[in-house]
Design a protein around this ligand. Structure first.
Ligand code: ADP
Length: 502
């Protein structure tokens, strides 16, 4: 455990808060957490998204920083900098920023994780037979989603930039690295292992940037940040006034949420129900080989030990409800779906496969498209709404089943968060389908909370993970109530519906 200059004040309680920064895809948030892990202040602001061509997504790294700094100052100003023990960062993952080492100026718009511009580069590498190497070393697939091929694209389009990067004049970072650089006034160029593990450049077994992969992608080592643990003092920020405050925790947003949900033991898992779903399961100290579209990823490094996770994603979850609202106009607002779904005893045989943008884990079929089956003259909007909510649960079950199969570990409780986790019908149906408890925490700000926990551990604000585990409280636990025969019948129906697409 690392204690710095602020240690005495942390111990005697005058520094009462940890500042968690949650730099998301569409907004920057700053949250203050007290010793009980409760949120005492929040500020949030959106920033600009640019879509310069179909499939391309860019952001302005300077704007991200300006917005992040503003919300951070807002919440810090409310309690004063001397009350803050440390800062932790959780961030949208894989988004790539390059900037000038000397001036700190970004040299290209940030290329966002969603951006598909490096699809051809991924295809070429796949044709050259490189995917297996990437998979073995990084746990990832060759997909434009990850940062590495975004850099390849930049250099193919600007060879002079590569020469400058080789000379050490240009720096690369994911958003954690960019924020840390800014917070420390350009003194620290570092990332944490969880973020490094999303770049396609990092060997998750050797825990270092990998020269073979750097060579395949044409990325100079000189531009890469130092890889550090997820919980340690990386540097200090003096931007808030008062004594410099340690920046002491970093993790990618999904890993931070896993930590914030205190999924510390192998076999514990969380599902975030947002636009899509992100499921992560802690698998302990050894990575499990990825299979069937599951990714192997670093969960975090803490106290000298790296822990790993399996990750699966569902592309369309809450977005299916938004489509019923905006596309069909049969919902006024998405929360209304809860009562509508309960207004009918079942979907009357209707299944909704919301594969608007292909199917993710375990099907991994980019060509699949959405479908509604089993319509009759008696089908009502309640049935469609119910089928949409049930589809979120079926898709999540498919991912969890696969995780259990691949890891050999049986999940006992699923911890949940995200906007659609407010839907009680959905969570009850999820518990029924899985046959395990589904637990919604009192504090649903799990991403920022995970960043705060990581930072707080590093400066002695919290003692250890056992203490953090006591701070996690269920607001409500949904217990399975459906009998096995009914469940199996429903799941067979879902599988038949999905089979039309795969
Ligand atoms: P993201 O971070 O992906 O933008 P959020 O976690 O903010 O997503 O969740 C937003 C999603 O949750 C939307 O797709 C919305 O349709 C869905 N959602 C929000 N509230 C409910 C609800 N009560 N029932 C079902 N879906 C909901």
């Amino acid at each position: 455990m690392v204690l710095d200059g602020a240690g005495d004040e942390i111990m005697n309680g005058t520094r009462s808060y940890i500042l968690g920064l949650d730099q998301g895809t569409t907004s920057c948030r700053a949250l203050l957490f007290d010793r009980a892990g409760r949120v005492v202040r929040v500020a949030q602001e959106e920033f600009t998204q640019s879509y310069p061509r179909p499939g391309w997504v860019e952001q302005d790294a300077d704007e991200i920083w300006a917005v992040q700094e503003r919300v951070m100052r807002q919440v810090a100003g409310a309690v004063g900098p001397e009350a803050i023990a440390a800062v932790g960062i959780a961030n949208q993952r894989e988004t790539a920023v390059v900037w000038d080492r000397a001036t700190g100026a970004p040299l290209h718009p940030a290329i966002v994780w969603q951006c598909r511009r490096s699809t051809d580069i991924c295809d070429q590498l796949r044709r050259a037979g490189a995917e297996v190497r990437f998979q073995q070393k990084t746990g990832l697939l060759l997909d434009p989603y990850f940062s590495g091929t975004k850099l390849t694209w930049l250099f193919e389009n600007d060879p002079a930039l590569r020469r400058r990067a080789e000379a050490g004049e240009v720096l690369f970072g994911t958003i954690d690295t960019w924020l840390l650089w800014k917070l420390t006034g350009g003194r620290v160029h570092a990332t944490d292992v969880s973020n490094a593990s999303r770049t396609l450049l990092f060997d998750i077994h050797a825990r270092d940037w990998d020269d073979e992969l750097l060579g395949l992608l044409g990325v100079p080592r000189a531009m890469l940040p130092q890889v550090r643990s997820s919980s340690e003092v990386y540097g200090h920020t003096d931007l808030l006034g008062g004594q410099p405050i340690p920046v002491a925790g970093m993790a990618g947003d999904q890993q931070a949420a896993l930590f914030g949900q205190t999924c510390f033991a192998p076999g514990t898992a969380k599902n975030t129900y947002g636009t899509g779903c992100f499921l992560l399961m802690n698998v302990g100290g050894r990575p499990i080989s990825p299979a069937h579209g599951l990714l192997a990823t670093v969960a975090w490094e803490l106290d000298g030990a790296v822990e790993y996770a399996l990750e699966g994603s569902v592309f369309v979850a809450g977005a299916a409800l938004q489509w019923l609202r905006d596309g069909l106009g049969i919902l006024r607002e998405t929360p209304e779906s809860d009562a509508l779904a309960r207004a009918v005893p079942d979907t009357a045989g209707v299944y909704f496969v919301p594969a608007f943008t292909g199917l993710g884990t375990p099907h991994w079929n980019p060509e699949a498209r959405g479908m509604i089956t089993g319509l009759t003259r008696g089908t009502r909007r309640e049935h469609l709404v119910r089928a949409a909510l049930e589809a979120i649960a079926y898709q999540s079950k498919d991912v969890l089943d696969l995780m259990e199969q691949v890891s050999g570990v049986r999940i006992t409780t699923l911890r949940v968060d995200g906007g659609a986790a407010r839907n009680d019908f959905l969570l009850q149906f999820q518990a029924d389908l899985l046959g395990v408890d589904v637990a919604r925490p009192e504090v649903t700000e799990t991403t920022a909370r995970g960043a705060a926990f990581l930072a707080g551990l590093a400066v002695g604000f919290w003692r250890d993970r056992a203490e953090l585990a006591t701070l996690w409280q269920a607001e409500r636990t949904f217990r399975p109530a459906m009998d096995a025969q009914e469940r199996d019948e429903k799941c067979r129906g879902w599988k038949r519906a999905v089979a039309y697409q795969t």
